[in-house]
Design a protein around this ligand. Structure first.
Ligand code: ZN
Length: 300
């Protein structure tokens, strides 16, 4: 407690009862407000797996960031004019629409299911809930930086979208960066995150030659910042420890004409990773890491 207001100063004059009451009230209210803010910032969404996003987390000037001696000139909205599309993998209602999501769509290199249900932890926390929650947190962080943010789905449609449509949403938005958020469903003991990059593909409707390099740049920055923010290691089962994997079999990447990566934030089927993925505090760190990677990419 470092409060050292007038009521603790030696005073040679008497204060009125009204003034004393006001000072006491302020002494109670101000620390309470500060504590409330700290608690809110520290544990948005809680750790119960609930899909409570920190909606409306715009804190005006209250995020504590001040102009400092950095290489970049300070800007309150460094991503102003930039468009970021967040693609929350799967859809919480996909499992009710198996016929629709099993329909094959053209992804350039071949035909593939429209969408899939995604995985879940052993205790039943679904990947689709995870991806939406991280997407909401990420959206709030990017909007705070001034970006225009669009989600490919927000639990607001019965299923999907299909993977080809997910790619087209980013293309139509002329997105400066697109991130598809996922968590993996691998074997127990397989741990860690990995970022999936598009291979340079030219086949059918797929032509990723122009986006392969910027997508790699985006993916490398996200991988670095995600590891730093979450304190987790790159995957121990794919990517040879780099946290990066290049693929040519994902429609969401093959059909993209704008820089795009996927991130598998962890393995839902491993109990240690699942403990992280089901923690709201950890998901906030995950969103923070992804956001920082995007900001680095877009500021150049
Ligand atoms: Zn997935």
């Amino acid at each position: 407690m470092s409060y050292a207001g007038p009521e603790f100063e030696p005073s040679s004059r008497r204060r009125s009862p009204m003034r004393r009451a006001l000072i006491v009230a302020l002494g109670v209210l101000v620390p309470g407000a500060v504590l409330g803010w700290v608690v809110y910032q520290g544990a948005p969404g809680g750790s119960d797996g609930a899909d409570r996003a920190p909606a409306g987390t715009a804190t005006s000037a209250g995020d504590g960031k001040e102009p400092s001696a950095s290489a970049k000139p300070y800007s309150a909205a460094p991503l102003k004019g930039k468009v970021v599309v967040i693609d929350p993998g799967h859809n919480p209602e996909n499992f009710r629409h198996t016929a629709e999501i099993n329909r094959k769509v053209d992804i350039g290199t071949n035909r593939k299911e429209c969408d899939t249900t995604g995985t879940s932890t052993n205790s039943g926390y679904t990947e689709a809930r995870f991806t939406l929650d991280v997407a909401h947190r990420l959206r709030a962080l990017l909007q705070r930086q001034g970006a225009t943010v669009k989600l490919t789905q927000d639990g607001d449609r019965p299923y999907g979208p299909c993977v080809d449509e997910r790619a087209r949403i980013g293309n139509a938005a002329h997105a400066d960066a697109v991130v598809s958020v996922h968590a993996d469903g691998s074997g127990a003991g397989n741990r860690g995150f990995h970022v999936i990059l598009p291979a340079a593909v030219r086949e059918g409707d797929a032509d990723t030659r122009a986006i392969a390099k910027p997508s790699r740049d985006l993916g490398e920055l996200i991988a670095t910042d995600f590891a730093h923010s979450t304190g987790t290691e790159p995957s121990n089962y794919v990517g040879d420890g780099s946290g990066l994997v290049t693929r040519r079999d994902l429609g969401g990447l093959n059909l993209s004409t704008v820089p795009k990566v996927f991130i598998e934030c962890g393995n839902m089927r491993d109990t240690k990773d699942a403990a992280l993925l089901t923690s709201g505090a950890w998901r906030q760190k995950a969103a923070q890491g992804i956001s920082e990677g995007i900001v680095s990419f877009l500021r150049g």
